[in-house]
Design a protein. Structure first.
Length: 293
């Protein structure tokens, strides 16, 4: 067992358990950049490991009934066939096109970072719906795009879908968003993993090392998720995603790390400033009402 790869699995498992995001978007770039695993092997092995890890988080939410079955069904209608096509596409690229796959993954990681911060900055109105009303066409299209991205790159089953679910179903609680996303990710990742087992380059030893860390990581993350402040974790995760995404698309290490640190700084500073300004406006408005009254 490779202890470094197991540590990578532990990190990503914790992130998935705590935030519902960060699995493929972290694992695949770290395997490629730090451990020198070829991109296709990293994508294939990560998907097979995720097919074992994801059901653990999904089972917790099913037990707590924080899942919207209709959304799961319509997402899977679009995602499953496209995930199979994406895995076959990744396998057909071959070793000669691994640089292309690396850039595709880098772009997907950057998209995951953007959607992560979009979810943090979006102000969600109070829940007035249990999500029983589903926008069918946008939901199926979302599933199709996500399935193609996940099947090709192993990135996006959590980071991308959960944000667009928030946009399409603003009344859903955070628990239902995460639960619905994790449950739909199980068949999505499973189909992608099967495709890569046939057409990809799965390394069983690599999968074993990832699972040695990710299984306890996702269990611990799920147990402590209610006690860990959500925003700091997502800010750090977003910075890591920006750094790895930029490096994957060809940016030098120093600018990539600098961009990641800048994102962390902005993510830490902007929300408190926005809250302070909002509080200030409310105070001014209250004072004005008292004067008028």
């Amino acid at each position: 067992m490779d202890l470094g790869v197991a540590a990578t699995g532990l990190l990503t498992g914790l992130m998935v358990g705590v935030t519902g995001m960060g699995g493929g978007a972290l694992t695949m770039p770290l395997l490629t950049l730090v451990f020198g695993v070829p991109p296709l092997a990293a994508v294939s092995s990560d998907l097979v490991a995720a097919a074992v890890m994801k059901p653990l988080g999904a089972a917790v939410h099913l037990r707590r009934r924080t899942v919207q079955p209709k959304l799961v069904g319509w997402l899977c209608l679009g995602s499953l066939p496209c995930a199979a096509a994406g895995s076959l596409l990744a396998g057909s690229l071959g070793s000669g096109a691994e640089s292309v796959l690396k850039e595709i993954v880098g772009g997907a990681v950057l998209l995951a970072a953007i959607t992560l911060f979009a979810r943090m900055l979006l102000s969600r109105r109070p829940s007035t719906s249990d999500g029983t009303w589903v926008r069918l066409v946008p939901t199926v299209l979302l599933g199709a795009v996500a399935g193609l991205v996940v099947g090709t790159t192993s990135v996006g089953s959590g980071s991308i879908i959960i944000v667009v679910l928030l946009l399409l179903n603003r009344g859903l609680s955070s628990a239902r968003l995460v639960g619905t996303d994790l449950v739909q990710a199980v068949p999505l990742v499973l189909v992608s993993a099967i495709g890569h087992l046939f057409a990809g380059d799965v390394h069983i030893g690599l999968v074993g090392s990832l699972l040695a860390g990710s299984i306890p990581g996702v269990l611990v993350g799920s147990l402590i998720s209610a006690r860990v402040p959500d925003r700091p974790v997502r800010v750090l995760l977003g910075g890591m995603l920006v750094t790895t995404g930029l490096i994957m698309v060809g940016t030098d290490v120093l600018p990539g790390v600098s961009a990641g640190l800048l994102v962390v700084l902005l993510g830490a500073v902007i929300p408190p400033l926005r809250n302070a300004m909002s509080s200030r406006r409310e105070t001014v408005a209250s004072d004005h009402r008292e004067v008028v009254g």
